[in-house]
Write a protein that binds this ligand. Structure first.
Ligand code: AMP
Ligand code: GLY
Length: 368
């Protein structure tokens, strides 16, 4: 905040969710700085699962049936009403660890009791219990100035640590854009999920100028269900999206920050982009940090970008400083070609004990 004022910056883009939930965008705006990022109230769409699920219900946005519980008795009520194929979600921010997908009542109880017992402190004083959906997921990010929407090219994440969607969930191990959904389905997601959200925010007087990142589950009948919103750019969705983006993003974000986003200013490279995450040994539980990284500088061929996520410089040497270390991103005429380029670059980067999924972009399906 002090830096933004001292440098008289034209635009602040707030990246992570925690400062948004804590009201950084409001404070900057009050000080006269243009900000791309929602108000604290708007950021509750990510910051509180209870708020967000109730918001979806109020505005008739298709989402899994749910109950809110703050006691073991309420957890039992939810199981009785909704069945035991439930997903247990901590209300507040839990760095991506606050969601447990369960298959039976035992698992539901165990997850809920652990959360209500303070696993995430105040963030899990309440939990959401919702029906478990099946289908295929897609991440749809949209920019909004509070009125209009600029829907970005969709991307598909690969959430678990191991190939074949096995192992614990991570923040995301790799992404593909375009995603598998059709243009029609994307239009439906806009109409049935994103537009009612913007209308709902307006009806409730909530200032939202930022990213609406919808996590959507498409069921086997092709119906889109809203799992959650994030109030920021997604990682690693944003890497392939940026690789394909054409147009002046800065002008769009600055316009959105002022409440006057230019329409139709962005277009998309028709090529596919694949991002493969290079993660540290021990991620997601206990990432080993401070390992020396070699070969991350390239040189890389056309269309390859290595995004730094968890890196630092120690005495001029590049070292790992986070669980997800690099996002190696490549463009290609097809997903297969983009995959080949991305993995060729990944294989030239050395990081002791590095973890890489080898199946990013192999799910296939029609690209839209
Ligand atoms: P969320 O943070 O709410 O998006 O949840 C994280 C991940 O948990 C999602 O990307 C899904 O893979 C899974 N998940 C969340 N809610 C559900 C649900 N109702 N049914 C099935 N899987 C879910
Ligand atoms: N890729 C998921 C996230 O950014 O939260």
């Amino acid at each position: 905040m002090a830096l933004a004022l001292a440098r008289e910056v034209d635009l602040v883009v707030v990246g992570p969710e925690a400062p948004l939930v804590a009201g950084l965008a409001d404070r900057l705006r009050a000080a006269g700085v243009a900000v791309f990022g929602p108000s604290a109230q708007g950021a509750q769409l990510e910051g509180s699962k209870v708020f967000s699920k109730q918001f979806f219900a109020r505005h008739h946005i298709r989402t899994a049936a749910f109950r809110v519980a703050s006691s073991v008795a309420e957890v039992e009520d939810a199981i009785a009403e909704l069945g035991a194929a439930l997903v247990v979600k901590a209300d507040g921010l839990a760095a991506g660890k606050g969601v447990v997908v369960c298959s039976d009542a035992q698992e539901v109880r165990a997850a809920a009791v652990e959360m209500l017992g303070g696993r995430f402190g105040a963030a899990s004083k309440q939990v959401v219990l919702e029906q478990r959906l099946s289908g295929r997921e897609v991440s749809v990010l949209a920019l909004t100035d509070g009125r209009g929407l600029e829907v970005l090219a969709p991307a598909e994440d690969h959430k678990t640590i191991f190939d074949g969607d096995r192992g614990p969930n991570t923040g995301g191990m790799g992404t593909v854009s375009p995603a598998w959904i059709s243009e029609d389905l994307l239009a439906r997601i806009r109409r049935e999920i994103l537009e009612p959200t913007v209308a709902g925010l307006n009806a409730e007087g909530i200032d939202y100028r930022g990213v609406l990142y919808a996590g959507v589950m498409v069921d086997p009948a092709g119906q889109p269900w809203l799992l959650e919103y994030n109030c920021r750019f997604g990682d690693p969705e944003t890497q392939p999206i940026m690789a394909r983006l054409r147009g002046d993003l800065g002008a769009v974000l600055a316009g959105a920050a002022r409440g006057a986003m230019p329409a139709g200013a962005l277009s998309w490279d028709p090529r596919a982009a694949v991002c493969v995450v290079v993660a540290a040994a021990g991620y997601p539980d206990a990432p080993r940090l401070g390992e020396v990284i070699r070969g991350a500088e390239g040189p890389w061929g056309d269309g390859v970008t290595v995004f730094h996520a968890g890196t630092a410089r120690r005495d001029d040497v590049l070292v790992s400083a986070g669980g997800r270390v690099l996002g190696v991103t490549a463009l290609g005429a097809t997903v297969e070609e983009a995959r080949r380029q991305a993995y060729a670059a990944v294989d030239r980067i050395e990081l002791p004990g590095k973890q890489v999924r080898r199946d990013i972009g192999l799910r296939g399906g029609a690209a839209g």
